[in-house]
Write a protein that binds this ligand. Structure first.
Ligand SMILES: [Zn+2]
Length: 292
């Protein structure tokens, strides 16, 4: 085979590999993104058949198609389909019942779906929180994907890196922080994603992260997810975080919550709902995990 014949084959193969990787990544991060890219890939091939276009022109058309389909599906179709087929509802994108996402990306990536029972519990927590702290919003982090799609050992589709967020019953909540300079309460968080800024054990406190990191690097996976941070501007708000956990404990439908042992002790938490998540999970001194 001549070199001129080899070139198009090589180009097609590398394009196929790249697109397959993209589909896998989009599926891991957003569940529906991979399928939508596949549809755009195939439809652009069909629509542009026999039309001579450069590779860049193909890519532009495919990308434009992808974003139109993706946003349409994410905000108009998936919320209804998830409710009907998976009994999962989308948590509010804009503040509602004193609840808001820590970052809009949680919603754009379809990572904000829970069982209706958990949504109601969260709204009760938000409304009760507002009574004591009217200017504070309860901010949620990763929840679950919209669709269950049990395919491995009959378990639901995991929302990585949280292996257990697969059944609509799990949700992470952000801690509260103070402006370090003024010591005033703020709703802002020290990292873009809401993860990865650890309220570390102090001298004399139990250091579970140190023990677990000897067994698994995964324990600190959250620090790779922070994207960027400005933690030097914030300090941990013990009072409001403690009140949030008090409301979590009081909420009957919440059966368990995860928090790092040193924070449990520091916040004087004595509840049978508290569990240690184990060294195979990620550490919980940057957020609190709740579940039905
Ligand atoms: Zn969690």
């Amino acid at each position: 085979m001549s070199n001129t014949n080899k070139k198009p084959i090589l180009k097609k193969t590398s394009s196929f590999i790249l697109q397959t990787l993209l589909i896998i990544l989009l599926t891991i991060f957003s569940q529906i993104g991979g399928l939508i890219w596949l549809v755009c890939w195939l439809s652009s091939k069909f629509l542009l058949k026999n039309k001579k276009k450069s590779y860049l022109a193909y890519l532009k058309i495919k990308t434009a198609l992808f974003f139109s389909f993706y946003f349409c599906a994410t905000f108009l179709i998936v919320p209804f389909a998830a409710k009907k087929y998976s009994n999962r509802v989308a948590l509010p994108i804009f503040t509602e019942n004193n609840i808001q996402p820590t970052t809009i990306w949680t919603c754009i990536l379809n990572r904000h779906y829970v069982r209706p029972q958990l949504e109601k519990a969260l709204f009760r927590i938000g409304n009760n929180f507002e009574k004591k702290y009217p200017d504070s919003k309860v901010s949620y982090l990763d929840a679950n994907f919209p669709f269950s799609l049990a395919f491995y050992k009959n378990k639901g589709f995991p929302l990585l890196p949280h292996l257990s967020h697969n059944d609509g019953k799990k949700l992470d909540l952000s801690f509260f922080y103070l402006d370090k300079e003024t010591q005033k309460s703020t709703n802002e968080k020290p990292s873009f994603s809401g993860y990865g800024i650890y309220e570390k054990p102090k001298k004399g406190e139990i250091n579970q992260p140190k023990i677990c990191l000897k067994q698994s690097w995964y324990y600190e996976i959250g620090k790779y997810a922070k994207v960027y941070s400005n933690e030097e501007n914030y300090s941990f708000d013990k009072k409001r975080t403690n009140y949030l956990i008090t409301l979590i404990i009081k909420e009957q439908s919440i059966k368990k919550f995860f928090l790092e042992p040193h924070l449990k002790n520091r916040l004087n938490i004595y509840s049978s709902k508290w569990r240690f998540h184990g060294c195979k999970a990620s550490r919980h001194d940057d957020h609190v995990h709740v579940q039905l």
